[in-house]
Ligand binder design. Structure first.
Ligand code: SF4
Length: 376
């Protein structure tokens, strides 16, 4: 999937600038499915996008690299950011504001007061808490003070990216600035975490669309993430999963297994313990393998608290769910030389469990083979 908008030519009128009506319909259908809503909701999603009444959004930047905004705005296809910026009223964003200094500070506070209790607060970046938060100051105030002042006046807060969700790279050991996520400090309003480094622009858009369509927040998991986007482990939907189940692993970067597209578990892939929809919706809008594992790099767990930026890349992931596929392809070998389907199922499960336990797959396969031979 290279883009949600394969055909960007303007053919008929569309509510979004630069998007054809046909692509707009297609997009709303895909977004409805992404949000886990029934097909009958497509019209409501379209109506929400077309509604001229746009929710006010205040977008604050704290301790971060601006990568989430950049990945949203610099997408190879221009439509996602058009949609985001067309369906919201972005009243304040330090990255996008043309004004600066006192002028923009006044605009921020005027918008907060005018929309008290109604605006959506978007936070990008972690909040340093060490030494009274002096490591991040804007307009003479610390990030902690700004969040404490503006946060409780919002209707809800969306913490975009791993930094705003739980500290991100700044919170890596020894975390000298005491970097933490928004939900640790803002308790007065609901906080939705959209972790990722950067967060997927599609998940940002889906979350906003969900709110606009259903007038409520999406169901969240125990880490405050929308279930529709973070409800499944990467490992469950990864295209390399059949290799994992069959014990085919890249042992080092550039080896034959790596070139063959084998599973990256032994190279430190954190897919088995990271919840995110990267393999389903892909990432970066740049081709059919547009996500880290698709390009041959192990997932480093950026969307999972305590994994990305905390577990070394070479450390193997804990495997919580080693569920083998329901069926395996038949083997052509004559009976007695190869292994039967029943044994293959056992081997598949054992392989995953064995790798999880640090055993060599070849040892498991050999033992299983021996037991088959004994039976025959
Ligand atoms: Fe995919 Fe990583 Fe799981 Fe292997 S360990 S199947 S590369 S998510």
């Amino acid at each position: 999937m290279s883009s949600y908008f394969p055909d960007s030519e303007m053919k008929t009128e569309s509510p979004v600038s630069g998007v054809s009506r046909r692509d707009f319909l297609k997009f709303c259908t895909i977004m409805t499915a992404t949000m886990g809503l029934p097909a009958g909701m497509v019209e409501k999603v379209m109506a929400a996008v077309e509604n001229p009444k746009r929710p006010p959004v205040i977008w604050l930047h704290f301790q971060e690299c601006t990568g989430c905004t950049e990945s949203l705005l610099r997408a190879t296809h221009p439509t996602v950011e058009h949609l985001v910026l067309d369906i919201i009223s972005l009243d304040y964003s330090e990255t996008l504001c043309a004004a600066a200094g006192h002028q923009v500070e006044e605009a921020l506070h005027a918008s907060v007061e005018a929309n008290k209790g109604n605006f959506i607060l978007v936070v990008e970046g972690s909040i340093p808490t060490a030494d009274n938060g002096i490591y991040c100051k804007i307009g003479g105030k610390t990030a902690m003070e700004i969040l404490k002042d503006i946060g409780p006046k919002a209707a809800a807060c969306v913490a975009i990216g791993s930094c705003a969700s739980w500290g991100g790279v700044q919170s890596a050991y020894p975390n000298p600035t005491g970097a933490t996520g928004v939900s640790e400090l803002l308790k007065e309003v609901p906080v939705i975490n959209l972790p990722g480094c950067p967060a997927s622009p599609y998940n940002i858009l889906s979350t906003i669309l969900y709110y606009l369509t259903l007038k409520k927040l999406p169901a969240l998991d125990g880490e405050g993430r929308p279930v529709f986007a973070y409800g499944r482990l990467i490992h469950e939907n990864c295209e390399r999963r059949p290799h994992f189940d069959n014990g085919r692993f890249a042992e080092e970067f550039g080896d034959e297994g790596h070139r063959q597209g084998y599973c990256l578990y032994k190279l430190g892939c954190k897919g088995p313990e990271t919840h995110a929809n990267c393999p389903s919706i892909l990432f970066g809008d740049v081709g059919s393998n547009a996500w880290p594992v698709g390009t041959g790099h192990p997932c480093f767990g950026c969307a999972e608290k305590g994994v990305g930026f905390h577990k070394p890349i070479h450390e193997q992931a804990a495997v919580y769910t080693v569920a083998p596929p329901a069926t395996y392809p038949d083997f052509d070998e004559p009976k007695g030389k190869g292994i039967g389907v029943g044994a293959a199922l056992v081997v598949g499960a054992a392989a995953g469990a064995a790798v999880a336990g640090g055993l060599k797959f070849s040892k498991v396969l050999k033992e299983s083979d021996n037991s088959e031979e004994k039976k025959n």
